[in-house]
Unconditional design. Structure first.
Length: 442
C-alpha cells in the first residue's frame, strides 16, 4: 500500500506559489501604540490631525495683542489684588539685611548654573554627538530641578525671602530661556523631554505665585518693598506695580511659546505619550518613530505653506525668514558639510597652520542657523548672568559669598559638561586622519 494513500495531493506546478504557505501563516497582533500616524499624506496634503493642529495654532495668534492688554489691566488692579492676598504689608526700612540661604543664592550654586548653561549651549550648538549633548542637558535639567525642589520646600515652610525668590527665578530663567532659543521644541529622548516640560511648568507656576505674593511673601516681609532687581542693567524695586506687570507679560509670553511650540508642534498625542515612553522601551521606540516619520514631511509641508503665504502676503515677507531661521533643525555638522562644498578653499588644509584651519571652519559654521542661534543664546545668557549678579549686589545679604554642602555638589555636577566642552575645543582645526591599509600582492 502506498504511504501517501488517503492524503490529498496538490498540483504544485499549477498552484499559486503563495498558497502552499497559507496554512503556516497566522494572524498576529500589532500594539496600537506602534501605529505611527502620519501628519502629511503621501501626496503632500495635510491630514485631518494636522489641520486641527494648524487651526489651534492660527487661533493662538490672538495671544499677541491680548498679552499687553492683560498687563495694562493688571497694572490698574494690583492694589485690589494686594488687598485680598496681602492685607498686611510691612513698610520697608532701607537698608534691610536678608538672612543667609546659601542653598539657593550662594556663590557655588550661581557658578554651577552659569557654567552648565554656557557649556550646554556650546555643546547643543556646535556638537553633533547626541550622547554627549544629552548627558550635558541631563546635568543642566537636574540642577534646575534641584533648585525648583528647594524653592518648593522653602516656600511651603515660609522660609523663603523675596530676594532669594528673585535670584532663584533669575537662575531658572538662565537655564531655560537661552536653551529654548537654541533648541525650542526639538527633542532628543522622552526622559529629557518630560524633565524639560516638568521644569517649565513648575517655573511658570512659581512665577505666577511670586508675582501675586511679592509684597507679603516669606519669613522676612519687612524687606520685600526694599528688594531690588536688575533688568538689562536698570535697577528697580521688585514689588512695584510696573515691575509686576512686566514680569506678568514675560510669564504669559513664555507660557504661550510653551503651548504653541512644545505641545502643538507634533500634536498633543506626542506630548502626552512622552510619559509612557520613559517607562517602556517599546513605547520609547514608538515615540521616536513618531518624530522620525513626521519630521521631514511636516517640515517640507510647512516650508511650502510659508512660501505660498509669502507670495501672496506682503506682511509675511518680513516674518517668514526669521521663522525659518528659528525653526531650522539642521545639526551643526550637517550644516557645515552642506556649506563647505560650496566654498572654494584656495589653501589645502593639510598644508596650512592651525589658525587658518580654525578660521576656515569658523567662517563656514557662522553661516549655519543652529550655530547662529547658539551665538545669540550665548549673548543672552551673558546678559542674564550680568543682571543676576547685579541683583545680588543690589540687596544686602549675608550669604553672598558663603559656601555650603549643596553648593559643592552643584559644582561637582558641572565636571562632565566642562570636560565635554574641553574635548570639543581640542578638536578645533584638527587634521583629518586618513587610514592607509597595506595591500599584499603576493
Amino acid at each position: 500500500m502506498n504511504d501517501t494513500e488517503g492524503v490529498p495531493l496538490h498540483d504544485y506546478n499549477n498552484a499559486d506559489p503563495f498558497s502552499q504557505h497559507e496554512e503556516e501563516l497566522s494572524p498576529f497582533w500589532i500594539p496600537p501604540w506602534l501605529n505611527t500616524p502620519n501628519l502629511v499624506s503621501p501626496n503632500g496634503l495635510p491630514t485631518k490631525r494636522l489641520r486641527q493642529i494648524n487651526t489651534v495654532i492660527n487661533w493662538s495668534l490672538i495671544a499677541f495683542p491680548l498679552i499687553p492688554i492683560l498687563c495694562l489691566v493688571a497694572l490698574a488692579l494690583w492694589s485690589k489684588v494686594d488687598e485680598n492676598l496681602c492685607p498686611k504689608i510691612i513698610k520697608c526700612k532701607d537698608p534691610c539685611v536678608v538672612e543667609a540661604d546659601p542653598d539657593i543664592a550662594g556663590i557655588g550654586v550661581r557658578i554651577a548654573t552659569y557654567t552648565q548653561t554656557i557649556c550646554n549651549i556650546i555643546l547643543l550648538g556646535f556638537a553633533s554627538d547626541g550622547n554627549r549633548t544629552s548627558a550635558s542637558y541631563h546635568a543642566l535639567v537636574l540642577t534646575s530641578l534641584a533648585t525648583i525642589i528647594t524653592l518648593g520646600i522653602f516656600s511651603i515652610q515660609t522660609k523663603l525671602s523675596l530676594h532669594h525668590s528673585v535670584v532663584a527665578s533669575s537662575l531658572l530663567t538662565i537655564t531655560i530661556l537661552p536653551t529654548h532659543i537654541l533648541e525650542s521644541w526639538r527633542v532628543r529622548s522622552p526622559g529629557i523631554f518630560v524633565a524639560q516640560q516638568v521644569r517649565l511648568a513648575i517655573y511658570c507656576a512659581y512665577a505666577w505665585w511670586l508675582i501675586l505674593e511679592m509684597p507679603c511673601m516669606g519669613a522676612e516681609p519687612q524687606c520685600n518693598l526694599c528688594t531690588r532687581s536688575s533688568l538689562f542693567g536698570h535697577a528697580s524695586r521688585v514689588a512695584t506695580h510696573g515691575n509686576r506687570s512686566l514680569r506678568l507679560g514675560v510669564v504669559l509670553f513664555t507660557s504661550y511659546l510653551w503651548l504653541r511650540q512644545v505641545v502643538w508642534s507634533y500634536g498633543p498625542r506626542h506630548y502626552f505619550e512622552s510619559v509612557p515612553a520613559t517607562l517602556s522601551e517599546t513605547r520609547k521606540q514608538a515615540w521616536n518613530s513618531y518624530i522620525d516619520e513626521n519630521r521631514d514631511s511636516l517640515t517640507t509641508w510647512r516650508l511650502r505653506r510659508l512660501a505660498r503665504e509669502r507670495k501672496y502676503d506682503q506682511f509675511s515677507r518680513f516674518l517668514i525668514p526669521g521663522w525659518l531661521w528659528y525653526d531650522d533643525v539642521t545639526t551643526a555638522r550637517r550644516g557645515i558639510e552642506q556649506r563647505r562644498w560650496k566654498r572654494f578653499l584656495p589653501l589645502d588644509k593639510q598644508k596650512v597652520n592651525w589658525f587658518v584651519r580654525v578660521w576656515e571652519d569658523a567662517t563656514v559654521a557662522i553661516r549655519v542657523p543652529r550655530c547662529q542661534r547658539a551665538i545669540v543664546a550665548l549673548l543672552l545668557s551673558v546678559l542674564l548672568i550680568s543682571d543676576t549678579e547685579h541683583t545680588v549686589k543690589l540687596n544686602l545679604s549675608a550669604d553672598r559669598d558663603q559656601w555650603g554642602y549643596g553648593q559643592i555638589l552643584a559644582l561637582v555636577a558641572t565636571i562632565p559638561s566642562v570636560a565635554d566642552v574641553t574635548r570639543l575645543l581640542l578638536r578645533l582645526g584638527k587634521r583629518p586622519y586618513i587610514a592607509i591599509n597595506r595591500v599584499h600582492t603576493l
